[in-house]
Design a protein around this ligand. Structure first.
Ligand SMILES: C[S@@+](CC[C@H](N)C(=O)[O-])C[C@H]1O[C@@H](n2cnc3c(N)ncnc32)[C@H](O)[C@@H]1O
Length: 185
């Protein structure tokens, strides 16, 4: 398998971890591509998909043909503990702005960090959190640096935190971080 981009690496993780009946979280539903990928993997399970934009929730709902296994929530991912039961298999974050939407409405480091912390608490014994981060361009570097600092601070005895980056790709390519639980609850 060739990892052409973070999406390919995420697809690998989804295929490795997710099983029929699992619960997954799409923390940034956007146009619904990640929600659809998660739904394909959870079988009879459920996907909780968050976005702060009504436009995104509608687009994501359309992308999955109103699939009743997807629960769309118009709220910040930082509030996920109010909606999502413990024991999730994964939470997927794709930072930045809605493709084709308003670039000024984008994820913010503070809410992302709070949400990753909550996803860590909700994660079952075997699960992962994936965060696709952008830098440069409209995204700038602030969010990338703040989220990277937070991920680096997670206790290495409890969490494997991996960073997937390309050494030889120009123009600050996106970076995928994956957090895996090392020890059971
Ligand atoms: C890069 S897009 C996500 C792309 C999406 N995963 C897809 O497959 O199309 C980022 C999304 O995060 C959303 N967002 C920004 N802040 C958020 C927050 N606090 N909680 C949930 N979603 C947020 C934006 O509205 C935008 O739709």
């Amino acid at each position: 398998m060739i990892f052409r981009n973070p999406k390919d690496i995420l697809a690998f993780y989804i295929s490795r971890y997710l099983m029929d009946g699992d619960t997954a979280v799409d923390a940034t539903a956007g146009n619904g591509a990640d929600t659809a990928a998660l739904l394909r993997a959870v079988g009879n399970g459920k996907v909780y998909a968050f976005d702060i934009q009504q436009k995104a929730i509608e687009a994501a709902r359309r992308a999955v043909n109103n699939d009743c296994r997807a629960k769309f929530i118009l709220d910040s991912h930082a509030e996920m503990d109010k909606y999502v039961p413990a024991g999730i298999r994964c939470a997927v974050f794709n930072l930045g702005y809605l493709p084709g939407g308003d670039h000024s409405i984008a994820t913010k480091a503070g809410a992302v960090i709070e949400a990753i912390g909550k996803a860590c608490s909700l994660l079952g014994d075997s699960g992962f959190i994936a965060v696709t981060m952008y830098r440069g361009g409209d995204s700038g570097y602030e969010e990338f640096e703040a989220v990277s600092r937070y991920l680096s601070s997670l206790d290495h005895r409890k969490w494997n935190v991996l960073r997937f980056d390309y050494f030889n790709r120009p123009n600050d390519p996106p970076v995928l971080a994956v957090v895996e639980r090392k020890i059971a609850n």
